[in-house]
Design a protein around this ligand. Structure first.
Ligand code: ARG
Length: 564
């Protein structure tokens, strides 16, 4: 915490009798920074003291006034006591802080030694990639970078859906209507999978055939396994190409099949704890007594294992292997019931860490699917993003500098548009994706952030002076300069808050505020042609703003470019 806030807490604590921690939680930011840097609401004290809040604010202002050092003024404004920092000292402390110009600005070590495991993306092999998988990929990879920036050791896990009854269906599709070469062609495999479902409606016996293939697969039948292995590889090659394009990486691709030999042990434990029962031939754990109507299914009547069985084995394996502090499942809200069941069963299995498992859920996206259903063809989507970015850029060509690699810029803008439109919304909300909105360089978009960053880069290139990290920043007198300094000082808090709530939109909103403050201030904060010392101070301020933008954008998966 910065010394200015600390002084506010100390002085208020002394005069109100409230704990500094309590005050920290109560302290707000005035709606406009002309009105001060901290606002202390007096409503709560009003009840205790049986006085009107404005009167308390007045009295506090008087008492506090003589004791300020880093703060310069205490002013009662209605029911609030507002405190002002000494702007010169504040600017110095923020802009001369060690690391202000380093790439790791804003990072902290508070998470050191703690592991956050994040299960994200996790598409299903032999089934199409859905919009939900894209959201999970975007949100999960961003949370990975947010937690890493706070010093946590993150473990990114792709829990591929690479085991389950769908393989039986896929194999039946191949056997009846496919050819050897289809095994290497994901589109062909998808088409066969769709065909299977169409045919199954006419001919329900196919379902028995499919079940039988999956049974053979679980029993280790060489033919079934060889087919499965090829299908898996074809899908994985495709996914990895996409992940590369999105700069998303995983520490482990331990999909459902990985837990094949680890399920018996968990089922036996559940058995021995007396949790299981047999219902219509299936092995289940009844959860009704725990407020969950649907039982957790561990084995079907034919002995086949299920999604739940593999998730139980996976959770136990992860705890043992990674010793996580928290295990985050970044999966759509549609699977809420599954995760409630999973966490409850872990709790009933007396795993004390069950409480550390979190379903980081998210809502639906409409308007992103390129063909029918909510299936998306990721490559097409990314190509479209790039093309639209190119179009937008050529329509606004007179506003832009000469680019060395137009293609690369368009690719980066396209990805920024997709990532940011997702990350800027509260994750539990459903939203409508619109290309026009996402790709625009104005408004609350990823390209707008990129633009702010590139604008500062342009100023730095053209200003004609060298960056001086020791520039006298006490010369920065403009309100807009103070607003920027104040925003910079809050970067780590934004990361912290985003981590605490697993909500990347907090970081996105923060970066938008910073970019907006820049756009409204940079004209006033001219560098080129200004008096030397003033120019140097402004240049340093802009350089630090640029550094924060770059850092935050990278965390959101957006490339900070020097020119665009
Ligand atoms: N493959 C699953 C699906 O597409 C998502 C897996 C999420 N992770 C997990 N451990 N259950 O629905």
């Amino acid at each position: 915490m910065n010394l200015f806030r600390q002084e506010a807490l100390d002085v208020l604590s002394r005069h109100t009798g409230l704990e500094p921690g309590k005050i920290d939680a109560l302290l707000e930011r005035p709606p406009k920074s002309e009105l001060g840097d901290f606002a202390f609401p007096c409503f709560q004290l009003a009840k205790e003291l049986k006085k009107a809040p404005p009167q308390i604010a007045e009295e506090l202002a008087e008492k506090v006034a003589g004791e300020l050092e880093l703060l310069t003024e205490a002013r009662a404004l209605g029911p609030y006591l507002n405190l002002f920092v000494n702007r010169q000292e504040f600017a110095r402390s923020i802009l001369h802080a060690p690391g202000a110009l380093d790439e790791d600005i804003g990072t902290s070590s508070e998470g050191e030694g703690k592991v956050i495991a994040i299960d994200f993306s996790s598409p299903n092999i032999a089934k199409p990639f859905h919009v939900g998988h894209l959201r999970s990929t975007i949100i999960g990879s961003t949370l990975y970078r947010i937690f890493s920036s706070l010093g946590y050791e993150c473990v990114g896990i792709n829990h591929l859906g690479d085991w389950g009854t769908q393989f039986g269906k896929q194999i039946v599709g191949l056997k009846h209507w496919g050819a050897e070469k289809d095994l290497e062609d994901l589109d062909a495999l998808n088409a066969l999978y769709v065909r299977y479902h169409e045919e199954e409606e006419k001919n329900p016996e196919l379902a028995d055939e499919a079940r039988d293939w999956f049974r053979r697969q679980e029993a280790g039948d060489p033919e079934a396994l060889a087919l499965w292995e090829k299908i898996r590889q074809t899908s994985l090659d495709y996914f990895k190409k996409i992940y590369d394009r999105l700069s998303v990486r995983f520490d482990h691709y331990t999909g459902e099949s990985f837990f094949n030999d680890k399920m018996d042990a968990v089922v036996e434990r559940a058995d021995s704890l007396g949790l299981t029962s047999v219902s219509e031939g299936a092995l289940v754990i009844d959860l009704e007594a725990h407020g969950i109507d649907a039982p957790a299914l561990l084995r079907k009547a034919d002995g086949a294992t299920l999604y739940m069985t593999r998730d139980l084995a996976a959770a136990c394996h992860r705890k043992k292997t990674y010793k996580f502090e928290k295990l985050l499942y970044v999966v759509g809200t549609a699977q809420s019931l599954h995760f409630r069941q999973l966490f409850k069963v872990l709790e009933l299995m007396e795993e004390p860490w069950a409480k550390d498992c979190v379903h980081v859920n998210f809502g639906l996206v409409q308007g992103m699917s390129s063909r029918k259903g909510n299936v998306i063809y990721l490559e097409e989507l990314l190509d479209e993003a790039r093309n639209r970015a190119k179009e937008y850029m050529s329509a606004n060509v007179d506003k832009r500098p000469e680019l060395e690699d137009e293609e690369a810029v368009a690719e980066a803008v396209g990805i920024a548009a997709i990532f940011f439109s997702d990350l800027s919304k509260q994750r539990i909300k459903d939203y409508n994706f619109s290309w026009e909105r996402a790709i625009s360089f104005e408004g609350d978009t990823g390209p707008y952030l990129m633009n702010a960053h590139a604008r500062i880069a342009g100023i730095i290139r053209k200003c004609g002076i060298e960056l001086d990290p020791d520039a006298d920043v006490t010369l920065l007198e403009e309100q807009s300069a103070h607003d920027l300094v104040s925003l910079i000082s809050r970067y780590t808090d934004a990361l912290r808050e985003a981590a605490k709530t697993c909500e990347p939109s907090i970081l996105a909103a923060y970066l938008l505020d910073l970019a907006r403050a820049l756009h409204s201030g940079y004209k006033e904060l001219r560098v080129k042609g200004e008096e030397k010392k003033i120019a140097a101070a402004r240049l340093l301020l802009l350089a630090v703003v640029k550094n924060v933008l770059a850092s935050g954008m990278k965390i959101l998966g957006i490339k900070p470019l020097e020119k665009m």
